[in-house]
Design a protein around this ligand. Sequence first.
Ligand code: F3S
Length: 410
Amino acid sequence: MLMWLTREEERILGGEKGFAAQKAMEILVALGDIFGADRLIPVGSVQVSGVSYKTIGDEGLEWLESLQGGKAVVEATLNPAGMDLERWEEMGVPKGFADRQLRIIAAFQSMGIQPLCTCTPYLLGNLPRFGEHLAWSESSAVCFANSVLGARTNREGGPSAIASALVGKTPRFGYHLPENRRPALSIDVPISLKDGFDFSLLGYVIGLEAKNRVPFIESMGRYGYIICRDELKALSASLAASGSVALFHMEGVTPEASMAKKSLRLWIKEVERLSIEREDLERAREKLSTASEDEVDLVAFGCPHASLEELRLIAGLLRGKSLKRRVRLWIFTSLGIRRIAERCGYIHAIEAAGGRIYADTCMVVAPLEKMGFEAIAVNSAKAAVYLSALNKPKVILASTEECISMATKR
Ligand code: F3S
């Protein structure tokens, strides 16, 4: 063992606090030793991915049930599950899948991990502070927390995030260290972007170039356009999907950007420079679209989970319209946002047009391939990347307005 442990940490490793805490400490020590961490540091919160039965299967379920007796010692929240926990029958989720999914949720709850079941926990109260250390394992949320909020987390896997929840600590390496947060490439974006869809495409293109490096995005504020939280949410998700970007800096927008700009001047010889043009975004869109408009039988929004503002926008676009007979329109969000949207009247407006709003899950982790869909239209490059990897259903990537037009009667 290479990483230094306190007496208490050694006792946990020795089994003094029970089997689950011991297993958790074994995971953290192994991770710390592999990545050269000097010690463990306390975390402010944990976000646990690997919640859907579709992704973790029976082996994952058994492992979670073997951890019974373990208790989260910090705020810990869950990523989306494989179904709406209340409306899974309406979604058409098979009963066998649902039974196992509910056992997974029960196992997490018995460990004190809160079933928020969302990839946007920062919209529901798990909102980290600047400089706070975290152990988060949802790639889009990791990128948002590191970049937009200035918190510090590595891209954890599901098991290491659970381990951090049970111990309250994470090994100190990677993005927890200031020297790993400086940019390695600089991106100029000399075009104006108009909405979250454009930001989603931009993130996809930058992610392909950046891979796991930290990009610095130059003067996006130059057109006097105020970049909103949902655009940064879309950008974070696609950066983390086409590459494995966990942190970006955006001049005039993100909290560490001025520090990053200073370090760019110092390390200029090591920094690659790129420019992204409108044609790059168009090429990305074509590459990720495998279906034609007339094949679409599901339009799915909410990757990452839709915010209240996005639901308001969709409700407005659907006003006075109704869905084509063979097309369904599903929007994925968290239970908390759905409840507030109900109060605002957005749910009523969306459902009046024939749409449905599902909580706790999303188009990627729900077993859509078992539900008979042929082609899905999405406005998220991350969703398109993950759905394309499954091969079926086919995918079309389009703006929110274009997706609504594919779903509704003329
Ligand atoms: Fe969230 Fe599912 Fe997309 S977990 S980021 S909505 S793939």
